[in-house]
Design a binder for this molecule. Structure first.
Ligand code: BEZ
Length: 255
């Protein structure tokens, strides 16, 4: 996992769309009563609770202490564990792994896939959605350009893992999964309110902003808004250029 720390209050206040938009993924998981399900990268636990509502026995896993504090406060009856999604072990195998908007924070994708394979029983399923190739390209390029304009170092590489469907399928297959479906699709995502774009940058690229003084921050955010308004401001709100990769796979039964 990247070693960033999350602002769970900002996440809860302005980024509820992340779990809202993940609800459809739970239908695809179709959790059954009594099934053991791991919610990998559970964040503040809203989808973990929805999986539990089906009667499944769910565990939420996240690497971030602030997110888990919030998850435990939101849902004290659920089980949450703190672990790195790229390097974890479980006591007993799960029937299914669910992951929404989390795998792109794990640059060691092979490590994450190997852990998922070890954590599932043979025949167990993986249902995951995260950023696919091209995700948030416009938002990120505008940010890098604006940082450059105020004389700041522009990050040399994308800070997230956004693979193509073919590459990610091959990676899963190499870890013993049979990929049943992998679709990459644009999902333009409305952000909350007039300040939606600023809040998005503060939430997901806050560390770069924090290196600037208050004036520099304003110049960067103003420049992003100016550059993106013609394409990303629609019908009274900002729209992030999200691209999703949705994957359904099953762990092979044997060699
Ligand atoms: C996402 O696709 O959910 C995402 C990726 C990187 C930063 C923020 C959100």
């Amino acid at each position: 996992m990247t070693d960033r720390r999350w602002d769970s209050a900002l996440y809860e206040a302005h980024h509820g769309f992340v779990s809202r938009l993940g609800e459809g993924l739970i239908d695809l998981l179709a959790p059954q009563p009594g099934e053991r399900v791991l919610d990998l990268g559970c964040g503040t636990g809203h989808l973990t609770q929805q999986i539990a509502d089906s009667g499944a026995c769910v565990t939420g896993l996240d690497s971030d202490a602030a997110m888990l504090r919030q998850a435990r406060a939101n849902y004290p009856q659920l089980r949450f564990i703190q672990a790195d999604g790229q390097d974890f072990q479980v006591d007993a195998p799960f029937d299914a792994i669910f992951s929404n908007a989390a795998l792109h924070w794990m640059p060691d994708a092979n490590g994450a896939a190997a852990c998922m394979a070890r954590a599932l029983r043979p025949g167990g399923r993986l249902v995951a959605e995260f950023g696919g190739a091209g995700n948030v390209r416009r938002l990120y390029e505008a940010f890098c350009a604006a940082l450059g304009d105020v004389g700041q170092h522009v990050p040399g590489r994308f800070p997230w893992y956004f693979p193509a469907a073919t590459a990610y399928s091959a990676l899963l297959e190499a870890q013993g999964f049979q990929v049943l479906g992998a679709q990459r699709f644009p999902r333009p995502t409305p952000l909350d309110g007039e300040d939606g774009l600023r809040n998005w940058y503060a939430m997901f690229l806050g560390e770069a902003l924090e290196r600037l003084d208050a004036g520099g921050r304003e110049r960067v955010l103003d420049a992003c808004e100016r550059q993106l308004r013609p394409t990303q401001w629609r019908d009274g709100h900002w729209v992030a250029d999200y691209v999703r990769l949705r994957v359904v796979a099953r762990l092979r039964q044997g060699p």
